[in-house]
Design a protein. Structure first.
Length: 601
C-alpha cells in the first residue's frame, strides 16, 4: 500500500510511536446491547383466523436470578390505541360489569433468544380494522418492538368439490315446548353472549356436492339429498369442569348413635353433545340449556362436525348468581307444645344453595333413664330420616332459585315416657340447626282466661347464637334485665367443621372465667371423653359449691356437642362467664350455642 499524502504518513507514524492508535480504535466498537424484533406471518387476516407471531432477542443471555425477566409479553392494540382485552365487557341483559383485563401472552425464548406464539384472532375479542402487536421483554432493561397487521373480511370462493358446514348461534326469545325437537322455527336473537338459564339454539346448513358434478338440488330423489339425510351433524359444548363434579352430597350430621357421617356421590361430566340429522335441504337445528352450577363465567367453544368438516364458534357465558348468600337452614313446627299421641308437623327451608342435598332429620327424645322400662312403655321413635327438599332453580313463581323447602311429620307416643322436651336436629352438607318442642299432659296446656288484667309472666326464654367462626367465644349469662325473674338454667353448644376429614383434629374446650377447664381434651379438664356410657348420658362434676350435669359427645364426633346444667332442680347456673375455645389451625368452623333462661318459681 502506498501513502500518497506525506502529511498523513507522518501523522500515522507519530501515533504508532506514541502507542495511542490501537486503544482509540477499540473504543469506537459498539457495545453489546439487547434488542428485540417481532414479525407476523401475514399482513392481512380474517376474523377467527390463526396468526403466528415470532421474533428474536439479540445478544440474549438468560437471567440466572429471575427467569421471569426473560419472558416476552405480547399484547395487541387497535387503530385508536386501545388495548385489546380478554374479559372487558358489559352484559346489558344481566346488568353486570366485569373487570377489564388486557389480552396478554407470555412466551419463554429459546437458548438463542428466538420466540414464537400461535393464537387465533377470535371474533369475540377482535373486529375488522388495523392492529399493532407489541412484544416486550425485560432482558437487559425494558425493551419492546411493534409490528402492524390488518383484519379484513376475506371473501373466498367456495370449493364445491368439498363438503361445507355453516351454523349460527342464537338465544331463544320465547318459551320452548318441552317436547320440541325441531328448533328451526323458534324465534331467537343471534348473539355470542349468554347467561346461566338461557337456552342456546344452533341453526345451520350442510352441503355435500353431487358426485356426478351436477349442482345441488332439493329433489327428493337426488343422490345429494339421500347422502345428506344419512349423515349426522355432531354438535358439542365442553363443560368447564372436565373430571368430576360433586352434584350430590347427602348424608346427615346426627345419627341414632350420636356419631354423624357424610356420604358423597360424584357425577362424571363429559360435556353436552348432540347428533342432528339434517333435512333433505341440509338444514339442521338443536338447542342446549345453559345449566346452573355447571357452567361458570368464561369463554366456551361450540363445535360442529359433518363428514370430517369441522367448524367452531366462541360464546361467552356469564353466571350472575355466583355471589349467593351464605348457606343456611331454617326449622319450624306448627306449634311449640303438644300432648301425647299428637302429630308434629315439621317444616323448613334450605337457603342459598345451588343443589339441595338430602336433609337428615333426627329426633332427640326425652331422657327415659328415670323410668322402669319393665313397667312403663319407654319406646320412643328416634329413628333418623332423609328428606329430599323441593324447589330451587326450576321452581316457578317468585321462589328464589336457591331455596328448597322440606317437610315431615312426627307422631308422639302415647306412653308416659313420651312426656318432656324433644329436640329436632336437621342437617345437610352445608349447615345444620335444631329446635325444641314440649310434650305435656293435656291438662297443662288447656287455655284458661285470666281473672285479672295483669300480664302473664314469661316462663322460659331461649337465646340462640349461630354461625360463629371465631376461635375464642365468650358466653355471658348476665344479659337479662335486672327486674327479670328468668335465670340461666342450661347452656348447650355444638361445633360444625367444614373441612371434610379433619373433624377429629378440631375440638372444643370450655372453661370458666378463672381458667378452670371443664370440657376439653387434656388431662386437666374435668370432662375429656364422651359421657354417654351404659346406663348414663351425663357426668357429674363439682364446680365451686354446685354440682353440674355435663353432657359431651367426645372429640371423635364429627358434630361435637356439649350441655351444662345444675344437677339439682330449681337451681340456676351460678357461673356467669364462660369461655369456649375452638382448637384448630386454619380449618373453617361454625359454632352454635344457646342459653335457656327459666323462671324457677
Amino acid at each position: 500500500m502506498q501513502l500518497k499524502n506525506p502529511l498523513v504518513f507522518g501523522l500515522v507514524a507519530v501515533l504508532l510511536v506514541g502507542g495511542t492508535i490501537l486503544p482509540a480504535m477499540s473504543q469506537t466498537e459498539p457495545e453489546d446491547i439487547s434488542q428485540i424484533q417481532v414479525t407476523v406471518d401475514n399482513s392481512t387476516y380474517d376474523l377467527n383466523e390463526p396468526i403466528t407471531i415470532s421474533g428474536q432477542i439479540s445478544n440474549f443471555e438468560r437471567d440466572s436470578r429471575d427467569p421471569t425477566l426473560d419472558l416476552v409479553e405480547i399484547t395487541f392494540r387497535d387503530s385508536s390505541g386501545k388495548v385489546v382485552t380478554s374479559s372487558g365487557y358489559t352484559l346489558r341483559s344481566a346488568g353486570i360489569d366485569a373487570p377489564v383485563q388486557p389480552l396478554a401472552f407470555k412466551v419463554m425464548p429459546d437458548q438463542i433468544g428466538n420466540f414464537k406464539l400461535n393464537t387465533v384472532l377470535n371474533s369475540v375479542l377482535f373486529e375488522y380494522g388495523s392492529y399493532v402487536v407489541k412484544a416486550t421483554t425485560y432482558q437487559n432493561g425494558n425493551i419492546s418492538e411493534v409490528t402492524e397487521f390488518e383484519i379484513a373480511e376475506v371473501i373466498e370462493e367456495k370449493i364445491v368439490e368439498e363438503d361445507q358446514l355453516e351454523f349460527t348461534i342464537c338465544k331463544s326469545m320465547e318459551s320452548i315446548p318441552s317436547k320440541t325437537r325441531d328448533f328451526s322455527s323458534i324465534e331467537c336473537q343471534e348473539t355470542n353472549d349468554f347467561t346461566i338459564g338461557d337456552t342456546l339454539i344452533i341453526k345451520g346448513n350442510v352441503y355435500t356436492p353431487d358426485p356426478t358434478g351436477d349442482s345441488k338440488t332439493s329433489s327428493e330423489n337426488s343422490p345429494q339429498s339421500n347422502q345428506i339425510s344419512q349423515t349426522f351433524v355432531e354438535l358439542s359444548i365442553p363443560y368447564p369442569k372436565t373430571l368430576f363434579f360433586k352434584a350430590n352430597l347427602h348424608g346427615g350430621w346426627i345419627t341414632s348413635s350420636d356419631v354423624p357421617y357424610l356420604e358423597e356421590q360424584t357425577v362424571r361430566l363429559n360435556g353436552m353433545k348432540a347428533k342432528v340429522l339434517p333435512d333433505e335441504d341440509g338444514n339442521f337445528s338443536t338447542a342446549f340449556d345453559i345449566r346452573v352450577a355447571v357452567f361458570e363465567s368464561g369463554l366456551y367453544a361450540v363445535s360442529a362436525n359433518y363428514n370430517k368438516v369441522n367448524d367452531e364458534k366462541t360464546i361467552r357465558i356469564i353466571d350472575p348468581y355466583q355471589e349467593v348468600g351464605e348457606p343456611e337452614i331454617t326449622l319450624n313446627f306448627d306449634k311449640d307444645e303438644y300432648t301425647l299421641g299428637e302429630v308434629v308437623h315439621i317444616s323448613g327451608v334450605l337457603k342459598n344453595v345451588i343443589f339441595a342435598s338430602h336433609v337428615t332429620l333426627f329426633v332427640e327424645s326425652p331422657d327415659v333413664s328415670k323410668f322402669n322400662c319393665m313397667e312403663t312403655d319407654c319406646t320412643v321413635d328416634t329413628s333418623e330420616r332423609k328428606i329430599l327438599p323441593q324447589g330451587g332453580y326450576q321452581a316457578s313463581g317468585d321462589t328464589s332459585p336457591f331455596e328448597y323447602a322440606f317437610s315431615s311429620d312426627y307422631k308422639i307416643g302415647s306412653g308416659e315416657a313420651s312426656l318432656g322436651q324433644y329436640t329436632i336436629n336437621v342437617g345437610t352438607d352445608c349447615c345444620q340447626t335444631e329446635k325444641s318442642f314440649f310434650v305435656t299432659e293435656e291438662s297443662s296446656i288447656i287455655q284458661t282466661t285470666p281473672v285479672t288484667d295483669e300480664p302473664q309472666s314469661v316462663k322460659k326464654i331461649i337465646k340462640k347464637f349461630n354461625r360463629i367462626s371465631d376461635s375464642d367465644i365468650s358466653i355471658g349469662l348476665n344479659d337479662m334485665e335486672q327486674d327479670s325473674e328468668l335465670v340461666p338454667r342450661v347452656i348447650q353448644g355444638s361445633l360444625f367443621t367444614a373441612a371434610r376429614g379433619q373433624e377429629s383434629t378440631v375440638n372444643i374446650q370450655v372453661s370458666t372465667s378463672d381458667g378452670l377447664c371443664i370440657i376439653g381434651q387434656g388431662d386437666t379438664c374435668m370432662v375429656n371423653e364422651m359421657t354417654r356410657k351404659p346406663g348414663a348420658i351425663y357426668e357429674i362434676v363439682t364446680i365451686g359449691d354446685t354440682n353440674y350435669k355435663i353432657r359431651y359427645s367426645g372429640t371423635d364426633a364429627k358434630l361435637e356437642k356439649f350441655s351444662i346444667l345444675p344437677e339439682s332442680t330449681g337451681v340456676e347456673i351460678d357461673i356467669k362467664d364462660w369461655n369456649v375455645q375452638v382448637i384448630k389451625d386454619e380449618q373453617p368452623t361454625r359454632f352454635y350455642y344457646k342459653v335457656s333462661y327459666v323462671n324457677l318459681e
